[in-house]
Design a protein around this ligand. Structure first.
Ligand SMILES: [Fe+2]
Ligand SMILES: [Fe+2]
Length: 310
């Protein structure tokens, strides 16, 4: 299959063919792949400093160890994704240590500081679950064979993470104080989960990613899959969530204004102002969130010291 034109490659993929390595890909394929991989690698990586702050609030030593083990998994996931990027010729040292904040590609959620174990539980119960659905689609459908092989491990671990979060959401709910903390975290993180999957398909379709079958389902469909999973889970544990299944529409509908402005200081959505346009959301995403510098400093401090010493 070497020496295929881009058109032949797209046909090969449409027939169910795989791309076994970077040397088998076209320029267009590599470009679309690196864009998607950077988004995934960044999502595994840049929020970890905030996760760690929340883990420090763990109620028991066992909980703390489970949290740290989860962080170690995430670092492994990031290492896999950045390694795949290096193999297609991307300068990952630049991506990790030099890139300006404006070019980071992870969801806005990971820029919001977290401080409590309840936030950690809900972040893993809701947002790792979002990652599970997104990566699950890539794992099942991607045409890029090296990634598919690597995701077997990653996908399984994301499954552990979301179940750990779910277990703690249940356990914290046994006291009034814990229940209130979890509900408060759901209140801001559920809408972050909705945003996690990007703009609606009618505004933006990632044609390149779908044509090359780097992943298989459009955003809206993956978002629906996440809703069908997360809404019953939240309700089963006795918490409130602003979404419900609509039998006529055969899908989940959202019962709060969306998209909507976020108050970064109070960590709450400004539902009282009503829905806003997606352009406004994109501006917020581009500005990045209040905790992005903290994460960059945590990652880059040692690198800077070493460079200065050398
Ligand atoms: Fe991960
Ligand atoms: Fe995870």
């Amino acid at each position: 299959m070497d020496g295929m034109t881009d058109e032949q490659l797209v046909e090969h993929i449409a027939r169910g063919g795989m791309v076994e390595g970077p040397e088998r890909a076209s320029e267009g394929y590599r470009e679309a792949l690196s864009k998607l991989l950077i988004g995934v690698a960044d999502s595994e990586f840049w929020g970890l400093a905030h996760y760690y702050e929340a883990i420090k609030d763990a109620p028991t030593i066992n909980a703390y160890m489970a949290g740290v083990a989860l962080l170690q998994d995430e670092l492994g996931h990031a290492a896999i994704a950045y390694r795949l990027l290096r193999d297609i010729g991307v300068d990952t040292e630049y991506l990790i240590y030099q890139r300006p904040a404006s070019q980071l590609r992870h969801p806005y959620f990971f820029d919001i500081p977290m401080n409590t174990w309840a936030e950690f539980a809900v972040a893993t119960g809701l947002l790792d679950r979002a990652g599970f659905h997104l990566l699950g689609d890539i794992y099942e459908g991607t045409s890029y064979a090296p990634w598919k092989r690597a995701l077997a491990k990653v996908h399984r671990e994301e499954g552990f993470h979301m179940r750990l979060g779910e277990r703690w959401m249940a356990r914290l709910g046994e006291t009034d104080e814990g229940r209130e903390q979890v509900q408060r975290a759901i209140d801001w993180m559920f809408v972050m989960g909705l945003e996690f999957f990007g703009q609606p398909d009618q505004r933006k379709r990632n044609v390149g990613q779908l044509n090359y079958r780097l992943r298989s389902k459009p955003n809206d469909q993956i978002r629906q899959g996440w809703l069908a999973d997360v809404v019953p889970m939240i309700e089963k544990l006795g918490y409130q969530v602003p979404a419900h299944f609509d039998a006529e529409k055969r899908g989940y509908v959202i019962d709060c204004p969306f998209p909507v402005d976020f108050d970064e200081t109070a960590k709450r959505w400004r539902f009282e102002d009503g829905p806003v346009g997606w352009d406004r959301v994109l501006e917020r995403w581009k500005r990045r969130g209040p905790g992005v510098q903290f994460c960059m400093d945590q990652v880059r401090a040692g690198y800077r010291e070493l460079r200065a010493a050398a």
